[in-house]
Design a protein around this ligand. Structure first.
Ligand code: 3PG
Length: 212
């Protein structure tokens, strides 16, 4: 991997970026190790729980083979706090110029979320051409991505939201999809019960998914 991580590096490492929700800091390190053991290193820990930043810190400190990022980044402040915690990339559910500027200022690679042509244009105006399509399945799915191939042929997407092991291959077959995101690698019951082997199995399957 390049010394300076880019959003494209984040997307190209594996076919799936796991979207992770953690309620307990004690789960962060074993979960990250389980995903890395299955070949998935780019880990998106969402800022949706009070312990999320501490989980990012723990993974950054204790799992050197993982590249931990922050998901659900909704403000410039979220981006700065994520960087301080050790996040190496950020994913946002939408896009604002302020978030884009903050991430550029602090050198944090950002995958901004978009769901419409106007949002793609806004992100592109600010130099972002690797984008999360969110929520993908609910916003038109594979058909929407095909429609975007004409006007936005230079954009690479990471569809997320409603993507799972069954429909991921349909997305990954598209030329404008670099990877997909989803929570199916980390089922809440498997995390709660510490079924790390099960999670490694899900990660290994995801790692083996073919891409164009
Ligand atoms: C996200 O939180 O970014 C997505 O909602 C994950 O969606 P999923 O739970 O449908 O995979």
């Amino acid at each position: 991997m390049a010394v300076t991580l880019t959003a494209l590096d984040v997307m190209r490492d594996a076919a799936v970026i796991p979207v992770i929700v953690l309620d307990d800091v004690a789960h962060a390190v074993p979960l990250a190790r389980a995903l890395v053991a299955g070949g998935i290193r780019m880990l998106e820990v969402t800022l949706r729980t009070p312990v999320a930043l501490r989980c990012i810190e723990a993974i950054a400190r204790e799992v050197p083979d993982a590249v931990v990022g922050a998901g659900t980044v909704r403000s410039a402040e979220d981006a700065k706090a994520s960087l301080r915690a050790g996040a190496r990339f950020a994913v946002s559910p939408g896009y604002t110029a302020r978030i884009g500027q903050a991430c550029r200022d602090i050198g944090l690679p950002l995958l901004p979320g978009v769901a419409t042509g106007s949002e793609i244009l806004a992100a592109q105006e600010d130099g972002y051409t690797e984008l999360k399509f969110f929520p993908a399945q609910q916003s038109g799915g594979v058909a929407m991505l095909k429609a975007w191939q004409g006007p936005f042929g230079d954009v690479r997407f990471c569809p997320t939201g409603g993507v799972n092991a069954s429909n991921a291959p349909d997305y990954l077959a598209l030329a404008n999809v670099a990877c997909v995101g989803g929570s199916w690698l980390t089922p809440p019951e498997a995390v709660a019960s510490g079924n790390w082997e099960g999670i490694t199995g899900l990660a290994a399957h995801a790692k083996g998914l073919a891409r164009r």
